[in-house]
Design a binder for this molecule. Structure first.
Ligand code: COI
Length: 348
């Protein structure tokens, strides 16, 4: 790997107490070209803009995927990653579906380790702070031919972050017309276009006071699938319910960690299709206790109110399970508690 360290660190110009999510980036970036049928020697260089041909395939056909991961610093200044192997596996699973060449594991982990080592001062300790890591791949071939490209760029960039939403709770609108994903489509992959397609419906929802949309199945709009960029959980009586993963739903790493943690605590978890009508009925009967979303960026995010067919349903003030699971997960991530599942990995 070729490494060029920055001579002008930006770190002293950053106010780490006032960070908007994903707007500030560290000093270095990792980059690797795919050309002539193979991934080339990777490099780490100072963070800088890219030069792309205007015909670069990604700009026309959106052949791009990404991952979201986080690094955490404990009170002894040791840096930890959370289940990074899962991100690597999912990256290549997304790559396969988008006809992007798989990225070598050794390059991924060597690059990630070296990058985090170089930028470790950007990771602040304390449970409010983490480093959001964004690996991504896009088609860089100069061509508007509508077929898979023969050149790609894989990169990792990093952003110091605090919480994703200020305020800690959101209101959501249940989708009645728009859909996020279809059977046989790319909903399970972290394809860039899955996110772009949400922006318009979400901005319409925002005008009505809802920060996210709960996506329902494209066929009937009767089943809840995901919320915005998160997987979604419902506490009904004492049972935690979430949709099963399938080709429309992202196999969230936070999602599966929350399921394992809940089960480990003796909480009953059901992965099954969830009807909108079931949730409305549970709300009326008082058995719906909590709704929360999970994701790398948000960790666990409480939903305060949902809306369907122009009617608003305020959730009770019980936030105990979401808060408990969030704390349990974060204590593992920040090396504050025992890691029964062996999820935490330090950098070398
Ligand atoms: C993540 O949680 O990493 C996500 O993918 C959300 C991101 C779009 C901000």
């Amino acid at each position: 790997m070729n490494i060029t360290e920055t001579k002008n660190s930006k770190i002293n110009n950053i106010n780490f107490d006032k960070l908007s999510f994903g707007q500030t980036f560290t000093d270095h970036m990792f980059l690797c070209h795919f050309r002539e049928g193979t991934w080339q020697t990777p490099e780490i260089s100072p963070y800088k803009p890219l030069i792309l041909d205007p015909s670069a395939s990604v700009l026309h056909y959106g052949q791009a995927i990404f991952e979201g991961m986080k690094a955490f610093k404990d009170n002894d200044d040791q840096v930890w990653l959370f289940r990074p192997e899962e991100n690597f596996k999912r990256l290549n699973c997304s790559a396969k579906r988008l006809q992007i060449p798989e990225f070598p594991k050794s390059y991924f982990f060597e690059g990630l380790n070296k990058l985090l080592y170089l930028d470790k001062e950007w990771i602040k300790s304390g449970q409010e702070n983490s480093l959001y890591i964004r690996p991504f791949v896009f088609a860089s071939q100069a061509s508007v031919q509508a077929s898979a490209a023969n050149e790609y760029i894989f990169m990792i960039i990093c952003a110091p972050v605090k919480s994703y939403y200020n305020g800690g709770e959101i209101n959501v609108l249940i989708a009645e017309d728009y859909s996020r994903a279809a059977n046989g489509g790319v909903g399970f992959a972290k394809a860039a276009g899955n996110y772009a397609a949400q922006f318009y419906p979400t901005s319409e929802a925002l005008k009505k006071g809802f920060q996210q949309i709960i996506w329902t199945d494209a066929d009937t709009h009767q089943y809840m699938e995901e919320s915005g960029t998160m997987n979604i959980f419902f506490k009904i009586d004492d049972i935690l319910v979430t949709s099963p993963t399938n080709d429309r739903i992202l196999d969230g790493i936070t999602r599966k960690s929350i399921i394992d943690l809940a089960k480990h605590q003796g909480i009953k978890v059901e992965e099954r299709p969830i009807k909108v009508e079931e949730i409305k009925l549970a709300h009326r009967e008082g058995t719906l206790k909590e709704i929360f979303g999970t994701g790398t960026a948000v960790v666990v995010l409480l939903i305060n109110c949902f809306s369907h067919q122009k009617e608003n349903y305020k959730l009770p003030n019980d936030t105990s399970l979401a808060n408990f699971l969030k704390k349990t997960l974060m204590d593992i991530q920040y090396n504050k508690s025992e890691d029964h599942f062996n999820w935490r990995k330090t950098i070398v």
